[in-house]
Design a protein around this ligand. Structure first.
Ligand code: SF4
Length: 360
């Protein structure tokens, strides 16, 4: 039987399409339209979404260094844009329908330090008013939840609260909402921990305060929320310093070193079944920085960051203790700082690892 259906993947080559008098491929057409819809125009050099990102990547972008994406990467990027936009729009509609939406996508650049720009996603009533930052995530990232919420997203939401919370009258800490762009898993909604008494004390920070000033406000406080603000300010100051070097002497920062990462495993109350249970950290290792794995410049002629994995600490479930691996000692200091600083690893207590143990 003859088929009347001709089916196949379009060969996306707009130039040859144009030279033959043909329209561009539909995927190319959609991609260009989506890119053209990004109306986020700002004259600032640095954005709150850059905090915690790679300084080299940022300066390469400011310099205008581009990478030709493969077709596959371009389609992937296109779908990610689409899904992210859909998720954010639907969420805003849902909040609006429930009379919970107070504001959306407003620039707060006027409230930020010099050089910095940013705009929040949503301001909502969710157990009173708060900023709500929505990120669309890969289904596997949601399923295993080892890497969420990302530090860059936490700091971005934290910065909204620090610089714009008082102006917008927020009454609760900001939220980072990771939504599954594949539609397979429920969302992960994370409330950012703020310093104790934050809502009483925030008016003491001057308007448009520099990261340096904000940092000094919290440097002596020992609670976990204050530590997050100090770390966020350090990341901002680092970017500012690189920006100065770049503008004054065209200096581009070096590639990122390897960094600590961790692996989790599911601990079930019914070890023989897959039901219930939670994921707990079982290994900490040095690995290529996660930012490199998501970077278009990675392993091109523009940037080749170091790779390779070294296991540093491993958890022994039988003895409930952590063990230092053979080649791990040179990295122990970095790993201890990583554990102390990472909110997702708060269940780890390495202080208790015994005499002559890890901290000896
Ligand atoms: S590959 Fe890594 S070091 Fe290089 S620019 Fe990208 S994130 Fe930065």
């Amino acid at each position: 039987m003859k088929t009347i259906l001709r089916q196949g993947f379009e060969k996306p080559d707009p130039q040859s399409h144009a030279s033959q008098g043909l329209p561009p491929s539909v995927d190319e057409l959609t991609y260009q339209w989506i890119v053209s819809q990004d109306d986020h125009v700002s004259t600032n050099d640095l954005y709150l979404s850059d905090i915690g990102g790679c300084p080299r990547k940022k300066m390469l972008k400011l310099k205008g260094v581009t990478v030709d994406l493969s077709q596959h990467a371009m389609w992937h990027r296109m779908r990610m844009f689409q899904q992210a936009n859909n998720v954010a729009d639907d969420l805003a509609e849902a909040f609006h329908h429930d009379k919970r939406l107070l504001a959306m996508e407003e620039s707060i650049s006027d409230l930020l330090p010099v050089n910095w720009g940013g705009r929040f996603d949503l301001l909502v009533l969710w157990n009173r008013s708060r900023f709500w930052e929505v990120k669309s995530s890969h289904p596997n990232a949601i399923r295993y939840a080892q890497t969420l919420p990302k530090r860059t997203h936490v700091w971005q939401a934290l910065a909204y609260e620090v610089w714009a919370g008082e102006q917008y009258g927020t009454e609760q800490p900001p939220i980072v909402h990771n939504a599954d762009r594949g539609g397979e898993n429920p969302s992960i909604v994370s409330e950012i921990i703020m310093p104790e008494d934050w809502f009483e004390m925030r008016h003491t920070i001057p308007g448009n305060a520099t990261p340096d000033i904000v940092r000094t406000f919290f440097a002596d406080l020992k609670d976990v929320g204050s530590l997050q603000i100090v770390n966020m300010c350090d990341a901002m100051l680092e970017l500012e310093a690189w920006l100065d070097d770049f503008k004054a002497r065209d200096i581009i920062p070096p590639p990122l070193d390897r960094a600590p990462n961790h692996r989790t495993s599911k601990v079930s109350p019914h070890e023989t079944t897959k039901e219930g249970g939670e994921y707990v950290p079982v290994e900490i290792y040095m690995d290529r920085d996660w930012r490199c794995r998501q970077c278009d410049y990675c392993d091109t002629s523009i940037c080749e960051p170091p790779k390779g994995t070294t296991s540093v600490l491993e958890y022994d479930r039988k003895t409930n203790t952590w063990h230092l691996k053979k080649n791990g000692r040179p990295y122990l200091g970095e790993v201890l700082a990583y554990v102390k600083d990472d909110l997702r690893l708060s269940s780890i207590d390495l202080e208790d690892e015994g005499e002559g143990g890890l901290l000896a």
